[in-house]
Write a protein that binds this ligand. Structure first.
Ligand code: T1G
Length: 699
């Protein structure tokens, strides 16, 4: 008998409790315990019905992902679920927290399901590159209907209990979890309710017209943008309509087996754990006391400042937004209001929730209004002198113990901290635009930033629904530092023979949300232009520096915001249109540089862009600017549109083979220029037969 699942009787109802902290994952001993306790409950003559519940903060959150990649030990989850489905006494699943993946599949194997109002259910396997592999694609359509099942399973979205009730996934909402579930079970007994097996509930799948699948599948393929699992999920759900239940299970198992072995699933599982690993800072103990963050303040109501203010309001934290003039403040508040109104119009937020959030944002015009804030984030113009003035002013008004943060994207956090008397309370909080949408938050550790401020900032990041990664204080930190050589290779290839559309096309077909030039046009070409001007005096003069980007900026073309950059954006459209003028400019720039243009293959484009990221990422690791290679992957997947189903640049290097990557870097070094000097860490790892994953594990 395992200890992670226990049985006890309450009156005439047997209660089976799964207790496998932290999220009651269905590890082997849990699967065995579920079978043992079911047998115990069925053998208990005093027990006329059974309830299944999770101990701690949640119901079962799914299969144990750490078991993937190894031979799955018996008992098989499908067998466990079938045993519950065929139980000779009614079984009620009592859901709180989240019932996810295999957890919801186990609940769907029970005859009935109840939930507390705050509970959520979901089948998020698609986010791990797989599909619900324990009958979820066959049972969920039978309770929720085919359309809702396709929507939930191909997106992995969580559904709150109220909606789950409406859909038919749960049968009742209860106030108190176990008493409510026991009472529900007793009611079933009193009504002599049937042992209702979901597999027998065919009405909703029979009512669905399979002719609709063709158009629906096209939409899923388009949205998947190269990821296989959403399409696999879709195909498996269609079997619930076109095949008998048992055959549908077989079809589900076939597709599952193919997906779980895929590199895409390995990459997505890597990112799942990497995101959580990034929270662990080797020299900041996990029990470091944190500072309370009850109120916040943002300086600067521009695009970034407004977006950051929304992050706090969305998390229910009152936030003051400081501007220097009433006009600038009203403009900033207006943009925020417009953003929220858009979300309401799209049905993603209620008007009441919008009003509540807007009510948490207070515009102010005086630094003194910031004196009670627990954290103050500066989001002013990216010029060091301006930032130092702001921090000097903050130093005189902020209360003792307030965190003073800069949203700088590249500037020296130590220099900013030195303009205060409290550098231990200064940290970089590099949000990504749009700040209320992009999940990544690079936390930049200054030389004097205290452990308490780091621990507080990591915790706060999660509170405001951000994915935090702690990085070192170098020019560009980690994400933007790596973007430099990536952008330079793209620019150099324009002069050597490529055009923007070819380079962007290669990177987007490979899976990036945007190629380098469409991304530059979206972010604003003037941002990079200002950085290049700042660095011009110190950049290496033994290297050739491409000039096309500067020439485009000198024409006043900064991208989407000026309706022209590398591409044209007619009528305010965001769709890039090739501009013959820019193509002509590129050809002339090649000539002026004395470069004979040549055909550049897609493979060379991909390698030079991807390996530039890998090489610089390795340098960040060897300099201690990034703690782990997996942190670099989190940064690129959550902040730069790198496809999570590719796992990040460093995961890709391991997948390709670090020795092969090094061989190509050396080839580029010989053929191109010294930008391609291999990172010492890559040479060391290859010499020792190790991978970035080995490096992260300290092996
Ligand atoms: N397996 C193993 N460990 C898990 C886990 C899981 N399913 N879920 C979470 N953990 C660990 C996590 O790594 C962290 O560990 C700790 O628990 C707390 O997690 C057959 C095949 C449930 C919403 O995809 O979405 O079922 O870092 O920090 O923010 O069809 O965890 O502390 O060492 O995320 O409160 C499907 C994944 C699996 C759900 C809680 N299920 N988990 O969020 O805590 S595949 C999922 C989550 C499957 C079946 C298929 C979240 C959460 P550590 P946390 P949280």
């Amino acid at each position: 008998m395992t200890t992670s699942v226990r049985y006890e009787r309450q009156g005439q109802v047997g209660v089976i409790t799964v207790d496998n902290p932290p999220v009651n994952a269905l590890s082997q001993h849990v699967r065995q315990g579920l079978l043992d306790c079911l047998a115990q409950g069925l053998a208990d003559d005093e027990a006329r019905a059974l309830v299944m519940v999770g101990a701690g903060r949640t119901f079962i959150a799914g299969a144990d992902i750490r078991e993937f990649g190894k031979p799955l030990a018996d008992p098989d989850l499908n067998g466990v679920i079938e045993a519950y489905e065929n139980a000779t006494k009614p079984v009620v699943a009592a859901i709180h927290g989240t019932a996810l993946g295999g957890g919801l599949e186990v609940a769907l194997g029970c005859h009935y399901r109840v939930a507390v109002a705050a509970a959520k259910v979901g089948l998020p396997e698609v986010k791990l590159g797989i599909l619900p592999g324990a009958g979820g694609t066959q049972r969920l359509p039978r309770v929720a209907g085919v359309e809702a099942a396709i929507d939930m399973i191909t997106t992995g979205k969580f559904v709150p209990a109220g909606k789950a009730l409406k859909l038919g996934i749960v049968d009742a909402i209860v106030d108190e979890l176990v008493p409510g579930a026991v009472a529900f079970a007793e009611k079933l007994l009193a009504e002599n309710a049937p042992l209702r097996r979901v597999r027998d509930m065919d009405e909703k799948v029979k009512a669905f017209d399979p002719a609709r699948f063709e158009a629906m599948r096209k939409a899923v393929v388009k949205a998947a943008r190269g990821q296989m699992s959403p399409v696999g999920c879709f195909d498996s759900v269609t079997a619930s309509v076109t095949l008998p239940f048992e055959d549908g299970l077989k079809r589900e198992r076939e597709i599952f087996t193919g997906l779980i072995e895929s590199d895409q699933s390995k990459a997505l599982r890597h990112i799942f754990f990497a995101e959580r690993e990034a929270l662990k800072i080797p020299d900041v103990p996990s029990d470091t006391p944190t500072l309370p963050i009850r109120t916040a303040a943002i300086i600067g109501a521009g695009t970034m400042g407004g977006g950051i203010a929304m992050c706090f309001a969305n998390a229910g934290i009152p936030v003051k937004l400081l501007e220097m003039t009433r006009e600038a403040l009203d403009r900033g508040l207006g943009i925020i209001g417009g953003n929220y109104a858009n979300t309401v119009a799209k049905g993603r937020l209620t008007q009441e929730a919008m009003d509540k959030r807007m009510g948490l944002i207070e515009g102010v015009l005086d630094y003194d209004a910031l004196s009670e804030a627990d954290i103050i984030i500066e989001a002013v113009f990216e010029e060091m002198d301006i930032k130092k003035k702001v921090f000097a002013a903050l130093d005189s008004v902020a209360k003792a113990g307030a965190i003073l943060a800069s949203n700088t994207s590249t500037l020296d956090v130590d220099e900013i901290a030195a303009s205060t008397s409290r550098p231990e309370f200064v940290i970089g909080t590099h949000f990504f635009s749009p700040a209320n949408v992009m999940p990544l938050l690079e936390l930049v550790r200054g030389a004097k930033t205290s452990n308490q401020v780091i621990a507080t900032s990591m915790k706060l990041a999660r509170t405001i629904a951000k994915v935090p990664v702690l990085v070192g204080n170098c020019d560009g930190f980690v994400g933007n530092r790596m973007l430099e050589p990536y952008g330079q290779q793209a620019e150099l290839m324009l002069l050597e023979g490529a055009m923007p559309a070819q380079v962007d096309g290669v990177m987007q077909r490979w899976g990036l949300a945007m190629g380098p030039f469409t991304m530059g046009d979206m972010a604003g070409l003037d941002v990079g232009w200002r950085i290049r001007k700042r660095r011009a005096a110190t950049r290496r003069n033994d290297l050739f520096w491409p000039t096309v980007a500067d020439q485009i900026c000198e024409m006043g073309r900064f991208g989407q915001k000026t309706k022209a950059g590398y591409y044209l954006y007619e009528g305010g459209s965001r769709v890039p249109v090739t501009d013959p003028k820019i193509e002509q400019l590129i050809v002339e720039a090649s000539k002026a540089a004395g470069i004979e243009r040549r055909e550049i293959s897609d493979e060379e484009i991909l390698k030079r862009c991807l390996y530039a990221l890998i090489n610089e990422g390795a340098k960040c690791l060897e300099e201690g600017m990034a703690i782990r290679a997996s942190d670099v992957d989190v940064i690129y997947c959550f902040g730069y549109g790198f496809p999570a189903w590719r796992g990040g640049p460093m995961f890709q290097a391991d997948l390709i083979g670090l020795d092969k990557v090094l061989a190509d870097i050396k080839r580029f070094h010989a053929a191109l220029d010294d930008r391609w000097k291999p990172a010492k860490l890559i040479e060391t790892l290859v010499a020792e037969g190790r991978s970035f994953a080995d490096y992260d594990r300290g092996r």
